[in-house]
Design a protein around this ligand. Structure first.
Ligand SMILES: Cc1cc2nc3c(=O)[nH]c(=O)nc-3n(C[C@H](O)[C@H](O)[C@H](O)COP(=O)(O)OP(=O)(O)OC[C@H]3O[C@@H](n4cnc5c(N)ncnc54)[C@H](O)[C@@H]3O)c2cc1C
Length: 315
């Protein structure tokens, strides 16, 4: 193996970067705050149902992303939902195979990055992460949402302000599990409502369980902002009431819960596909560089890794 790199964040952007660095023979350790991989390509199993409560589906237009999606489709991890693509059996499924050679350190919230004589160190609130290679990483990639990337980049002594410029809309997501099939007339619906932006019958996606209905409701950015600090119980009750009014559905859900995405969809991107400082060997990527899409996150992480390899004589 060549150099050893650190990637902070195991969403599509960080994993795409890790994948490309691994493919060029570099070792990568990925630090991830959560237990699972995939970030906002998220799947929750609860109450006997499976919900994609973050990204609903994704498009694949660019050559490199299309090629990855074709590989994942051949492996049965991506399928078609109408014209669009979804992970199978859930949106988080592709994340687990994106960078199989990378070492993943889960449940590790990185709070600062320090450059030293022998390389980069990655620290949490408890001090330097006790992980092989820490203190000697050849470079670091920050692949977390912009409001979380800005302080990490600042801790590394970086003065680039792109992460501070990018903004996100929040989103309250309501997950509803019905033991029997509901009367919803369509599998996906944009009702044009002030409170609810999107209703999806997740159970209509390929590879899902056929019994009952798993439904995901996304609130609009305006409603989510207005109700941002409510409890999940309050948000769930309000969104369920509006869901009933809009759809006429009267059945009682066997499971209902709300999840708040504080940083859901990029509203104002940084305007550069990635950030890369070849002297410091510090990079940043994510959907916030380009736009609010899974493919944008892939493009950002993949192209940052391409730039690193292009400026890395040791590869
Ligand atoms: C409700 C919702 C609906 C969406 N719908 C769609 C859609 O239909 N189609 C589409 O293409 N896109 C959609 N998106 C957007 C899409 O999910 C994102 O653009 C994409 O997944 C972002 O990937 P990323 O790698 O940039 O960031 P993320 O997926 O957010 O990954 C960042 C990772 O960093 C981790 N992290 C954060 N801080 C730290 C830290 N300090 N230390 C360690 N780890 C950290 C996080 O836990 C996370 O795993 C939706 C998003 C949401 C929330």
């Amino acid at each position: 193996m060549g150099e050893h790199w650190a990637v902070i964040g195991a969403g599509m952007a960080g994993l795409a970067a890790a994948r490309r660095l691994n493919a060029a023979g570099l070792a990568v350790t990925v630090f991830e705050k959560s237990r699972g991989l995939g970030g906002r390509m998220a799947t929750r199993r609860a109450g006997g149902f499976r919900f994609d409560h973050g990204a609903q589906y994704f498009t694949a237009r660019g050559e490199r992303f299309l090629s990855l999606v074709e590989t994942l489709s051949a492996e049965g991890l991506v399928g078609r939902w109408g014209e669009d693509h979804v992970g199978m059996p859930g949106m988080s499924a592709p994340a687990r195979v994106l960078a199989p050679q990378a070492t993943v350190v889960g449940e590790c919230t990185v709070s600062s990055l320090t450059g030293g004589a022998h390389g980069w160190s990655v620290s949490t609130a408890d001090g330097p992460a006790a992980t092989e290679g820490n203190g000697t990483f050849a470079g670091v990639i920050v692949a977390v949402p912009a409001p979380q990337a800005a302080p990490l980049l600042a801790s590394a002594g970086c003065s680039w302000d792109g992460a501070a410029r990018a903004t996100y809309a929040p989103c309250w997501a309501l997950m509803l599990g019905f033991p029997a099939r509901t009367t919803l007339s369509q599998d996906r619906l944009r009702p044009g409502d002030a409170a609810i932006a999107w209703i999806a019958r997740d159970s209509s996606k390929p590879g899902r369980d056929a019994s009952g209905d798993a439904i995901v409701v996304h609130a609009t950015p305006a409603w989510s902002r207005e109700h941002l600090e409510e409890t999940p119980e309050q948000a769930a009750a309000a969104l369920l009431a509006r869901f009933r009014e809009l759809t006429g559905e009267t059945a009682e859900p066997g499971f209902a819960a709300a999840h708040r995405w504080r940083y859901a969809l990029v509203e104002q991107p940084a305007g550069a596909p990635f950030f890369w400082d070849p002297a410091a060997r510090l990079g940043a990527c994510g959907d916030w560089c380009i736009g609010p899409r899974v493919e944008a996150a892939f493009d950002s992480g993949d192209s940052l890794a391409g730039a690193i390899l292009g400026s890395n004589p040791a590869r």
